[in-house]
Design a protein around this ligand. Structure first.
Ligand code: 2RA
Length: 353
């Protein structure tokens, strides 16, 4: 393969993450030979712009993976569970953005800034991309861990509606229209009667916050909270890391935020954390509260890095830091990290790493 550019398939090209992926492929360094867009049979034949060309979408089938070196999957878990192994059996490296393989011990879970080398060890020919909430904080934690040794994490997320896909965005926008210009939000339950369809959320999202994301697991935990714990442990190679998370949905269209309390083996300083994070690839420090400067979704949306601010040493513990991080959940939280993993594989296949 050395000398020839690898071929790429984008499975789920017409979805919310797939759309961001085509934008990324059109704007990042072009390491790919042919790019083939794959989607469900009902989207086959559609033309989508990528790298300045109109590419025709082909239907998902075994033949669609013929001649493909790397196949990215931006599809629901059950579709990935079925088709990523088929792509791998056809000789492609599958980079999967679903939850189907993340905790499989034979599938590496990769964040290139933290554990790029894990991508080389892929016995099933599949590499998994973490969940967007984990991705919103893990690059920052990974950088701090290298210097201070991470001991435990307590996280509270503020998750955007688009984490629940296009239905999440549509629901929030429809509800915002209904509450705009009203006096709603002043009496118990007054929103419920008016916002109508709750879509993928268990309570009104407009003018509200909802302490729930994902599905119910044992002892009252949500799947999303367990993902943060299990995925962080796997990515950082810390199987006993103490992690406790509470996931909350907020009326933001795109960009997840996480308030993080991180404890370390060593004592920390704010100046030291600033220095580490300023040097960390993929991280931007925006931390000047006196000037009103800290990351917010309104400013972070549409950007690639993980933004971090409000960095404080915990008042009662010299080994702990408080941080506020924001990351675009459709970019670093999904499409960008997948594209970065695929580029790591492309470099390996081209003999460049
Ligand atoms: C959410 N993290 O925000 C999920 C999507 N994978 O709902």
């Amino acid at each position: 393969m050395t000398g020839k550019k690898p071929t790429l398939a984008v499975v789920g090209a017409t979805g919310a993450v797939g759309t961001v992926m085509l934008d990324l492929l059109s704007t990042r360094e072009d390491v790919w030979g042919e790019i083939r867009l794959i989607a469900s049979p009902r989207s086959a034949g559609r033309k989508l712009a990528c790298r300045g060309e109109q590419l025709e979408v082909v239907a998902l089938s075994e033949e669609a993976f013929e001649g493909i070196d790397v196949a990215m999957f931006d599809v629901p878990d059950e579709v990935s569970a079925q088709w990523a192994p088929i792509a791998a059996a056809k000789g492609a490296v599958a980079v999967d953005n679903s939850g189907a393989f993340r905790m499989d011990p034979q599938v590496p879970l990769v964040v290139p800034e933290v554990n790029a080398s894990a991508a080389r060890n892929r016995p099933k020919g599949i590499i998994a991309n973490p969940n967007c909430t984990t991705l919103s904080m893990i690059v920052v934690l990974g950088a701090l861990h290298q210097r201070y040794g991470l001991a435990s994490v307590v996280a509270a997320s503020y998750q955007a509606a688009s984490g629940a896909g296009q239905p999440g965005i549509d629901t929030l926008r429809a509800q915002m229209e209904k509450v705009s210009g009203t006096n709603l939000g002043t009496h118990p339950g007054d929103l419920r009667g008016v916002v109508g369809d709750l879509g993928p959320f268990p309570a009104p999202l407009a003018l509200n916050v909802v302490p729930w994301a994902g599905s119910l697991k044992e002892d009252g935990w949500s799947s999303e909270e367990l993902k943060i714990r299990n995925e962080s442990r796997k990515i950082l190679g810390l199987p006993n890391l103490r992690v406790s998370a509470t996931c909350v949905r907020v009326p933001v269209v795109t960009t997840h935020s996480v308030s993080v309390h991180a404890s370390f083996e060593d004592e920390v300083t704010v100046a030291g954390a600033h220095e580490i994070l300023r040097a960390a690839p993929g991280v931007v420090v925006l931390d000047d509260p006196a000037a009103g400067e800290f990351p917010t979704p309104a400013d972070v949306v549409g950007t690639d890095p993980t933004w971090v601010g409000r960095i404080r040493r915990t008042l009662d513990d010299p080994k702990s830091l408080e941080l506020f991080v924001c990351g675009d959940n459709l970019r670093k939280g999904a499409a960008l990290n997948t594209a970065q993993i695929a580029e790591v594989v492309a470099a390996e296949l081209s003999g460049k790493s």
